[in-house]
Each structure stands twice: as C-alpha cells, then as structure tokens.
Design a protein around this ligand. Structure first.
Ligand code: GLU
Length: 287
C-alpha cells in the first residue's frame, strides 16, 4: 500500500511538472521572452537549438559553443532579456528541428535553418539574418565536378532533413547516388576517405568544414552556388510577438555593425565571403 502511494505521488509530481512545462512554454509564446521569464520556464533561462558540428556556425568544443549562429543567438537573446549565462544550448540536427520546436525541446533555433514554405506549415520563422547558397565540396584534385549538372554516376553525400538533400532529389537526381548522413561533418569525413565524390550543402557550411585542420588542403569548394538559402530563426507556430522582437533585434544587430563583425570573425581564414547582393538581408514580416 505504502509503495503504491509513493508511486502514485511520483506520478502526480511528474504530471504537475509536465503541466507546468506546458504552461510556461505558452507564456513564452505570448511574448514572455522579453521579460526574461516565461519562455524557458521559472528559471528564466532559454533553450536555444544550434548545430554542434558545423565549425564557424554552430560548434561545440568542450562546454564552449562558437560560431556565427551561436553569436547571433547570443545577441538576440540579450535583446530579449536573457544574458549569455541564461542560455541553454541544445543540439538541433537538421532532421529534428521542426519536431524540437513543436515539442518544446527548444524555444528557438539558430542552426543554418533555411526559411521554406514547407517548414512554415509547422513552425514560424523570424529573419532572415543571413543568406547562403548551396554548393559542392570535392577532393582537392577533382576536376570533373563543376556543378550540380556534372554529378551523373557520382556518389554524393548530404544530410537527412536538409534543403540540400531535398534539392538534389527534386532537381539533380538523375544518375546520382545520394548518401544521407545525420551531419555534414560525417559527409566530409566520407569525402576525405574517398567514400564519396562530393558533399553538398550551403557554401558557408562547406567553407567552415573545409578550413578545419583535418580537412585543409584535401578538399575544395566548387564555387557555383545553385540555390538561395535564407537563414531564419525557427520559432514554435503562433509566435508572432516573439518573431517581431527577434526581427527588431536582428535589425539592430545589422545597423550597429555587429553583424559584419560577427561574419568577419567567424569566417576568418576560410576564404569565404558572403554574397554581397543578398547580405545583410532585410527581415520578412512576421506571420
Ligand atoms: N540551410 C539548409 C537547411 O536548412 C541546409 C543546412 C542545414 O541542414 O542546416 O536545410
């Protein structure tokens, strides 16, 4: 009997926790993010989804997180009332982003996350805060891959749930063997090992990976971008107020010179320069 009561109590406690987690997320969605309480619950913290394996964008080294997405997220969170020590970084692989926003696993996502109509059916986006383009990474001595039309008979690697893999399936799949992996770093490892002929995703991601000591000198970017990837801040559906606050913060970041500073700092030594016609971008109206 005693055992049963304890079990029931534990169950009730879990239910209460679950309930309070739900309601704090709702408060956050209604604009609680500005107060520094609400979005992330009573502790006043915020859960931000980033990549952990994309150097220069979202990268984890020990307990440190670095990269342009991390820096932009830190700036935006600051404007919303969350100091850096209130940010909980949560890994958000490409294929899990929508679901993580839908379940409340994260409050926002800054993870090379392209704004698309398909994704907008289930999540909201603030931004864009950067515009990249899909490109190809090949072995340093490769000469026959010059763009997406020269992939016939080739083994290509990209990431599950990305616009990069989707674009290949929709437009350039003829005779291409597409291998999907959970992250781009795994694709580049396969390229360096000679297991695939090319890796495809956004140019800025490829530049960061190509510049790491393990890959430097072994791979090169083809340099013929064939898509427009507008990086947005993923938010749960129904976050209009938060979206507007995030957009204000992004605009301030561009206007006060921080955007340029962060781009320079995070692409230094990679040889990458952003597309000047598209960057820095103006933000879309919030839905
Ligand atoms: N920007 C593209 C996307 O959102 C590719 C990069 C990524 O997978 O994060 O799918």
């Amino acid at each position: 009997m005693r055992k049963r009561t304890t079990a029931l109590l534990a169950l009730a406690a879990t239910a209460a926790l679950t309930l309070s987690a739900c309601s704090s997320a709702d408060v956050g969605n209604q604009g609680g993010a500005t107060t520094g309480t609400g979005t992330g619950g009573a502790s006043g913290s915020i859960k931000i989804g980033v990549k952990f394996d994309q150097p220069g964008l979202g990268f984890q080294e020990g307990d440190k997180h670095t990269g342009f997405d991390v820096d932009v997220a830190t700036y935006v969170a600051g404007k919303l009332g969350y100091s850096a020590d209130k940010i909980q970084w949560v890994e958000s692989p490409s294929a899990q982003r929508e679901q993580m926003l839908q379940t409340g696993a994260v409050d926002m996502i800054f993870a090379t996350y392209s704004i698309t109509d398909e994704r907008k059916k289930v999540v909201d986006f603030a931004g864009p805060y950067f515009v990249a383009g899909q490109d190809l990474l090949v072995a340093q001595d490769n000469t026959d891959i010059t763009g997406p039309d020269s992939l016939e008979g080739k083994n290509l690697c990209s990431v599950t749930g990305s616009t990069s893999a989707q674009k290949i399936k929709d437009k350039y799949s003829k005779g291409v063997n597409l291998l999907e992996r959970p992250g781009y770093a795994e694709c580049v490892t396969a390229l360096v090992a000679g297991q695939v002929d090319a890796v495809t995703t956004d140019d800025i991601i490829l530049a960061g990976l190509a510049a790491t000591p393990a890959n430097k000198g072994k791979v090169k970017i083809v340099g013929a971008p064939f898509s427009t990837e507008r990086y947005g801040v993923g938010l749960p559906k129904g976050s209009k107020d938060t979206c507007e606050k995030v957009n204000d913060a992004i605009k301030a970041m561009i206007d006060d010179g921080t955007w340029q500073e962060l781009i320079t700092k995070n692409t230094e030594g990679t040889g990458y320069t952003p597309n000047k016609d598209e960057n820095p971008p103006a933000q879309d109206a919030c839905a």
